[in-house]
Design a protein around this ligand. Structure first.
Ligand code: PGU
Length: 420
């Protein structure tokens, strides 16, 4: 009896100790982006529209899409014998195909084995791996990010312990690129700085530099010895042609830069939930590439040991088969064209409604998002009065618009902005 009391008492004391450990933990602030998706799900209105985040590509009927090339790849890999672990660096085939997409089918850098590359947990994982690598091997160097950028970029580099600086990018008045500001900031950054660049379809602004501007950016990088990491989460989604969307990277390669590339297949293959991507770093020679890859693996091993298999098999099956790759290119173009069509429709609807504001930026911007220029208060009205959900930054995910809801959304936007 006495022993049981003693045991009980020490159990209670132990429990008190454990609970006090958690008692000091405050709830984390809600993710400003993901809260929008939760509010959308809770809304019972039949008119509700989601143009917020985690807003995957939907077809014109408002239905999520599994690409035909992916369905066919899944049929082919069903029941296959590969259920074992991938190596730490991931699937060699998936990596090979990813490098061809980013660096070009006939890239001399691939032939010369100058690229260190590992499979990553989609675009986020690729960025995070790079940030950890930067922190380990260039610990005192900050990373320059554009104003604006995908909000999670800040979390990724902050959690990796890398100091963050910013450079001018978006120009709110023109709703376009602040090119002079950008060039000055690149010039004024200390030599050898690290820069995060969006390869195409900039998120959240939809504003990309022109080819000529990329050339100027590249030569200024050269003069300063800066290192660019290209985040390429939307290859194919901007123009409908993955080759064209890799233009910025190809310009930098032509100018003999060493670069990093973070690739994601979430959007362009519709593999959001499979978490498949690739991080690659172009080195000076094969020896460096071998060393760099081994160090990337050393960082990945204690984080997640090795990446998941299924998405990698899908990618290597689609991109490794000429017929399936052709089908994929066709399907990417259909998705991009539908989005481009929705830009035109949204702008035309607003203009036909007699909106007093200019809306040309809707069609000037490119990719999945339109940075509308609406204020947080106007977005609140869209949500509260019209059941239209988006981030308070005014970013519209074009993937959520279709021929049935674009008129409704345009009308609501006109209502909340016409007296501005
Ligand atoms: N880089 C950029 C520029 C992105 O926009 C995103 C996703 C990623 C990387 C990461 O993509 P993965 O899904 O990890 O491949 N941005 C989306 C997804 C929502 C989110 O916040 O995760 C968006 O709507 O902004």
């Amino acid at each position: 009896m006495a022993i049981r009391n003693l045991l009980n008492r020490s159990f209670v004391a132990g429990a008190r100790f454990m609970s006090s450990w958690f008692r000091n933990i405050e709830p984390a602030p809600k993710d400003p982006i993901l809260g929008v998706a939760e509010a959308f799900l809770a809304d019972q209105s039949p008119y509700k529209v989601n143009v917020g985040v985690k807003c995957a590509y939907h077809n014109d009927k408002g239905k999520p899409v599994v690409l035909e090339c992916v369905r066919e790849a899944e049929r082919r890999i069903a029941g296959n014998q590969f259920m074992e672990y991938l190596p730490i660096g991931g699937s060699i085939h998936m990596i090979e195909e990813s490098l061809k997409l980013a660096y070009g089918d006939d890239s001399e850098f691939i032939k010369d084995k100058r690229i260190a590359a590992v499979q990553a947990l989609s675009g986020t994982g690729a960025c995070r791996l790079f940030a950890a690598f930067q922190q380990r091997f260039h610990p005192k160097t900050q990373i320059y990010m554009p104003v604006l950028t995908w909000a999670n970029h800040h979390n990724i580099w902050r959690d990796a312990g890398v100091p963050i600086k910013t450079f001018r990018y978006y120009h709110p008045e023109s709703k376009g690129l602040d090119f002079p500001g950008l060039m000055v900031d690149i010039k004024n950054a200390p030599d050898g700085s690290f820069f995060l660049l969006h390869a195409c379809a900039h998120n959240p602004t939809g504003v990309d530099p022109s080819e000529e501007q990329w050339r100027e950016i590249s030569s200024q990088f050269k003069a300063k010895g800066h290192f660019p990491l290209f985040d390429m989460a939307y290859q194919g989604f901007a123009s409908g042609d993955p080759e064209r969307d890799a233009k910025a990277i190809r310009i930098f390669l032509n100018d003999s830069h060493l670069i990093g590339v973070a690739q994601s297949y979430a959007k362009n293959m519709g593999l959001y939930g499979q978490r498949v991507g690739c991080l690659s770093l172009l080195c000076e020679n094969e020896k460096q590439a071998v060393a760099v890859k081994s160090q990337l693996q050393l960082i990945a091993r204690p984080m997640y040991s090795n990446p998941p298999l299924h998405g990698a098999l899908v990618i290597s099956t689609v991109l490794g088969d000429p017929e399936l790759k052709k089908l994929w290119l066709k399907e990417v173009k259909v998705m991009a064209d539908r989005i481009i069509g929705m830009r035109t429709a949204l702008r035309e609807n607003l203009e036909n409604l007699g909106s007093p504001l200019p809306w040309n930026h809707i069609t000037n911007q490119i990719g999945m998002f339109c940075y509308s220029g609406m204020t947080p208060e106007q977005v609140d009205r869209l949500t509260n009065e019209f059941h239209i959900y988006m981030t308070r930054s005014g970013r519209i995910s074009m993937a959520g618009l279709n021929t049935s809801n674009v008129g409704y959304v345009a009308n609501a936007i006109n209502e909340v902005t016409k007296s501005a």
